[in-house]
Design a protein around this ligand. Sequence first.
Ligand code: 1HN
Length: 346
Amino acid sequence: MGTGLDNPARLALYGRLDQMHSAPLWAVMSQLVTPEPRPRCIPHRWDYAHMRGLLLEAGELITAKEAERRVLVLENPGIRGASQITQSLYAGLQLIMPGEVAPSHRHAAAALRLIIEGSGGYTAVNGERIPMTAGDFIITPSWTFHDHGNLGDDPVVWLDGLDVPIVNLFDASFAESDSSGETQRIERAAGDAHARYGSGMLPLEYVPEGVSSPVFHYPYARVLEALRQIERARTTDACHGVKLQYANPATGGYPMPTMAAWMQLLPAGFDGRPFRSTDATVYCVREGEGVSIVGDTRIEWRQGDVFVATSWSTTSHRSRGDSVLFSFSDRPAQKALGLWREQRLE
Ligand code: 1HN
């Protein structure tokens, strides 16, 4: 469609519209309303071995306390400077050294964490101290106080995922430090929530008012056991292998309103069929190695690597040995807004 940029009378009008903080829709409409997603983000992989070296270097130069959070932001190469890994999500790699403390604070943005390495780390969420073990999935729902520490002898590293770009899209950001101190007083034993919800029972006092899971900690050992059990009992999905979704045990729904997360097992030699969905997805390789094809990009991955598949780009996964992939996306937000679509291309 001609937009009239070659027409002097039209151009003159556009100039006067511009002075009035106005613009002709017909000149921009095809950019606003595309026939299908046209992400500015691109598929990309962050090599863990390389990023780990940089993270440890940062560990020598700045303390967790001074930084508040010592994190290397994973910036999508298509939108550098935006502190975003996708159009709607933030991701980063966080390091906490033995004896360090990352002080307690809270914010409107919700966070999830996948522990990559180290033991002896903990995060306290709303008065509950959660031990961090490699592979564990931990959530920090919106406006919950959280602080981190490392009581062990080794560096602890994890992947952070936050819905910061969604919060900022709505101009709904609030944040504050914890006036009661740097480290939360522990009010509930770790595992309290598991004792209540892991049984499949609901506590009598349970009131289904929260929008987020009352369980903040999903230990890896249990997830791996479940994946293995399902692998033995059923055929694997042609696109996704054996894939489990982290759930709010009180509702069966997503753990948080904006973000979903999964762990999937790709058995040795898995050669997945292609699929695509509107939720750009961040993967972190928990175990093994393989190759994913995302659109025209071939991504070779191994343990610790983080890679991102963009919205609506045809994706397929292949695994050499047994592999385990963690992933997260904004699927619950898209579903709540009636926007989410997926397609299997078998
Ligand atoms: C945050 O609070 C943490 O608590 C990590 O560990 C990353 C990125 C943006 C904003 C807040 C944390 C963050 C963050």
